[in-house]
Design a protein around this ligand. Structure first.
Ligand code: ADP
Ligand code: MG
Length: 593
């Protein structure tokens, strides 16, 4: 079984990762956790985004819990003799940057939720006294940049004499930043009995020499990049957008608008992300449904049914929940997060481009995770196109294109005579082109109640250093804007400016000359009106009313003409719903199939 519990972690830690929505360990976690739990040293090589933090933090916490470590009570500072006053730190993670110190400390904090262990970040550029107070209260684990760690050691505010576990995270990065000497100095102040884990994306000789010198017969784990792909990658166009974290939601909204997918699976790494994204998408009027391992089987089946029948055109899912699903008509696979392992990517995108149909796989990639893209390309031997986000004018062009398609369809569908008379009479006063232009403008306005233009451009992630400090508080503005628009949009208003395509109607041309008559088991007795029937069919089956023919309402039943091709789908959809509060019996009227 591939679970965190089966790796031998304490229940408190297992429930902490469950609460974070992790469904199963990533490859590096699966391999590293048992080794570290056994007490051995470790050298791990894996790219960014593969889940290294939990790989070292969980076993570290486990060991510190078992050693009976507990936070010591607060103490009064004695500045004359500070050394005696600072509780010894039991675990330390060294990271190259301030940004990473914050990030890793936050993660370790979350993983340690069910324990009484405490975590304190130590990095430069922040007031000393606050960090000193944290150390004074007693830190089980510190997450530190080398410079600041040394600084505290010199002030005797950081006591490493009882250190049990030391982690060098992103060791190659620390060397590149010139921390080699600092690392040596720190290492020499720690007990030889400590357990040491070293992680790096590459195994340069300098890394190897640190490992040889300071680690004790370490187990070496490399997360392979060149393994054969499990099955061929389908004919799928693969695109990636590089987007920084705080713009992700807004960027995704724009990509969705641009792509206007017929049916899509959106993959996230965790259950929590699935739920959050699903809520946001729903608020925007997308027919999204969440699917993850935290849901009951019944609920999952219901969601899958909605997706299969086209009642939901987007599935927001974790990998585990989507595993083994056989879905045939997915036009788009979105990686809202790049998966932690390249093999998972191949699995994900195998959901589209099936049955000889063309598919598209779109990944949203954090600037720091570009390396993951490269390892995916290595695995699949296919290029992933890194594209700029659609611009405002791209979107505008796309909208016009969609309008053109909708108009073409509508003209082909005919039955415009009544309106034509009206246009003719208008044309005595106005130019026909002006009339058409005004009509299209009104159409756009009607469906984009929030103003017809997309918001300002989303800036490309800057070429700033990979670990640029997070922009201040208002960094979330992009997301807020996205959410705000959701609130402004009246409920139920379609998100598209063009008439909604038949969501689940059989694709391609509909043969209107072959009609089936459906007999629906409600009639005048139940006060059914044609609008109820049309509403149920367009709403439940996602079929446009233009495809429906004559409707006759008898006392206890009604007859509706539908294209033969759509009959099965409509019957299936109607059986799952109610009309005028009644579950309905739907069948083909004999002699009319
Ligand atoms: P790395 O240090 O290898 O770059 P991180 O530890 O920062 O990777 O993890 C990258 C992302 O993956 C984080 O958002 C983390 O919450 C998430 N993550 C880690 N492990 C798992 C898991 N088992 N399942 C789902 N998401 C995970
Ligand atoms: Mg990391």
């Amino acid at each position: 079984m591939n679970t965190f519990a089966s790796l031998g972690l304490a229940p408190a830690l297992v429930s902490a990762v469950n609460a974070l929505g992790y469904e199963e360990p990533t490859p590096i976690q699966k391999e590293a956790i048992p080794v570290l739990l056994s007490g051995r040293d470790l050298v791990g090589q894996a790219g960014t985004g593969t889940g290294k933090t939990a790989a070292f933090a969980l076993p570290m916490l486990e060991r510190l819990m078992k050693s009976g470590a507990k936070a010591k009570g607060p103490i009064t500072p004695n500045l004359k003799s500070p050394a005696k006053r600072f509780p010894a730190v039991l675990g330390m993670v060294l990271v190259p940057t301030r940004e990473l110190a914050m990030q890793v400390a936050e993660a370790v904090q979350k993983y340690s939720k069910g324990t009484n262990l405490t975590v304190v970040p130590l990095y430069g550029g922040a007031p000393m006294d606050q960090q000193i107070r944290g150390l004074m209260r007693g830190a089980s684990v510190v997450v530190a940049t080398p410079g600041r760690a040394l600084d505290h050691m010199r002030r005797q505010t950081l006591d490493l004499t009882e250190l049990q576990v030391l982690v060098l995270d992103e060791a190659d990065e620390m060397l590149d930043m010139g921390f080699a000497e600092d690392l040596e100095a720190i290492l020499s102040e720690t007990p030889a009995t400590r357990q040491t884990a070293l992680f790096a994306a590459t195994m340069a000789p300098r890394i190897a020499s640190i490992a040889n010198k300071h680690l004790k017969q370490p187990e070496r784990i490399t997360i392979a990049r060149e393994k054969r792909a499990p099955g061929k990658v389908a004919r799928v166009r693969q695109v990636a957008y590089i987007v920084s974290k705080h713009q992700k939601m807004e960027a995704f909204g724009r990509i969705l608008e641009f792509e206007n997918p017929k049916s899509a699976i959106v993959f996230c790494r965790t259950r929590i992300e699935v739920d959050e994204l699903n809520d946001t998408l729903k608020a925007h009027g997308y027919g999204a449904q969440a699917l993850h391992g935290g849901m009951e089987q019944k609920q999952r089946d219901r969601v899958m049914n909605m997706f299969r029948t086209g009642k939901a055109d987007m599935l927001v899912a974790t990998d585990v929940a989507a595993r083994g699903l056989d879905i045939e008509h997915v036009s788009h696979v979105f990686n809202y997060d790049v998966p932690n392992a390249p093999e998972v990517y191949v699995h994900r995108i195998g959901r589209t481009g099936r049955m000889g149909r063309e598919g598209i796989a779109i990944s949203i990639v954090d600037p720091r995770e570009r390396r993951l893209l490269r390892s995916i390309e290595n695995l699949t031997k296919q290029a992933i196109e890194v594209a700029p986000l659609p611009t405002v004018s791209d979107l505008r062009a796309k909208r016009l294109e969609a309008t053109r398609t909708a108009l073409t369809d509508r003209i082909a569908a005919g039955d415009l005579d009544g309106v034509k008379v009206f246009v003719k009479s208008l044309s005595q006063d106005f130019d026909v082109a002006d009339i058409a232009a005004a009509a299209i403008a009104m159409l756009h306005e009607a469906s984009h109640g929030d103003g017809t233009e997309p918001e300002a451009e989303i800036p490309a992630p800057s070429a700033a250093p990979a670990y640029a400090p997070r922009p201040a508080r208002n960094a979330g503005a992009g997301r807020e804007r996205f959410d705000e628009r959701a609130r402004e949009r009246p409920r139920g208003r379609p998100r598209e400016h063009s008439p909604k395509r038949p969501a689940a109607a059989p694709a391609g041309d509909i043969d209107m000359s072959r009609i089936t008559v459906l007999r629906i088991g409600v009639g005048k007795k139940a006060a059914v009106r044609p609008g109820d029937l049309v509403g149920a069919i367009t709403g439940e089956a996602g079929i446009q009313s233009k495809y429906l023919g004559a409707i006759k309402i008898a006392h206890e039943h009604s007859l509706v003409e539908v294209p033969q091709q759509m009959a099965e789908h409509i019957m299936e959809s109607l059986r799952k719903t109610t009309i005028r509060g009644k579950a309905v019996d739907v069948r083909i009227e004999p002699g009319n199939e």
